[in-house]
Design a protein around this ligand. Sequence first.
Ligand SMILES: Cc1cc2nc3c(=O)[nH]c(=O)nc-3n(C[C@H](O)[C@H](O)[C@H](O)COP(=O)(O)OP(=O)(O)OC[C@H]3O[C@@H](n4cnc5c(N)ncnc54)[C@H](O)[C@@H]3O)c2cc1C
Length: 379
Amino acid sequence: MPVQLTSILIIGGGFSGLAAAIALAQEGRAVTLVEREPEWRMDGAGISIGGASLRALHGLGVLPAFLERGYAADGTDMRAPDGTPLASFATPRLVDEDTPGNGAIMRPLLGEVLAEAALAAGTEVRFATSPTRLEERGERVLATLSGPDGEREEEFDFVVAADGVYSRTRAELFPAAPEPRFSGQGAWRAVLPRPAAIANTTIWVGGPSKIGVNPIDADRLYLFVNEASPGRERIPESQLAPRLDALLAPLPDPLVQELRASIGPDSLVLHRPMDQLLVPLPWHRGRVQLIGDAVHATTPHLAAGAGLGLEDALVLAEELASHALLDDALLAFGARRFERARMVVDNSARLGELEASPEGAGAFGALQAESMRLLAQPV
Ligand SMILES: Cc1cc2nc3c(=O)[nH]c(=O)nc-3n(C[C@H](O)[C@H](O)[C@H](O)COP(=O)(O)OP(=O)(O)OC[C@H]3O[C@@H](n4cnc5c(N)ncnc54)[C@H](O)[C@@H]3O)c2cc1C
């Protein structure tokens, strides 16, 4: 018999919170999602959606909407800085034999796909709203919610906190949890026109920084550059395009130079320090469960951070459906998720170190292949 939960509060409307809303509301539970921003905040450039993440989108029932608005293709091509093809890696098809093994989409479009499904499943969404207090009262949690009309108290059976890497819920309920740590790299992203020659993920290795591109639709791709950085840099907007241009300049491949020439004053160029975090189990306290970046935030080297959050949602719904007692379900959830999250966070961090070292190429390839093999395994 499943855990009896009729009313659920989800804190945070990022990819993890929305996925949890879909998975839990689809089972007929009353789900309220509070998002502190006044509207969906999924800004940013493109996001890679590898085979395991495509499988999770399929599990949430939103793969057709993803394929309509994003892009999917097979394989990753690796090139030298001068454009010499070095290798092509297969990306196994994990959904079915017709769905490619890799993909990407603009972040706001992925947010749109998930938000539409969460609303269709019956989720009540409240913007500009945050909990100021969560207090366990027997079999219920009393939440004080602060929103546009002031504060009000409401009771829920269960709370899922998906409030991101700087989670306030984590800070309050898990004061001993580690803090997010800077990884030693900054991430550049830009959305650019897609040259016809680029039909799938392509990366350039052996240059001063790792550079790659991922098509996000028929006309556009997003470019990513991982740059070693001594500390958390905040780069003024006026310097973003010139700094990115300088990172692409040393690569003579005409394809890279075509991409470089397409960066204009209106191009979307973003830079973010890369952080990482892995909170030891348990990830729940009483009737409050943390998921997504709130407990496992990874650098983007395996492009699997958002996918982990989507999987968390599916596994949480499964465990709640297959246990009678909430604590048993939440312990089973943590046990099922921790090792996979650890693998992604640790291996991504190691890949970042290896790509920054001239001797790292061989070890990088081996660790990347092993990590992809592990990611493909059932969750
Ligand atoms: C540079 C970079 C590149 C990346 N590239 C990829 C990639 O290619 N593929 C991939 O799979 N992953 C990638 N990731 C990881 C991915 O972006 C994250 O894992 C994912 O966005 C986490 O989603 P989340 O919903 O857990 O957290 P968040 O996206 O942080 O969402 C948290 C939400 O909670 C809200 N919130 C916070 N506090 C409160 C509060 N107190 N009350 C109410 N609401 C609150 C926030 O406003 C936000 O909407 C990348 C990460 C970085 C940094």
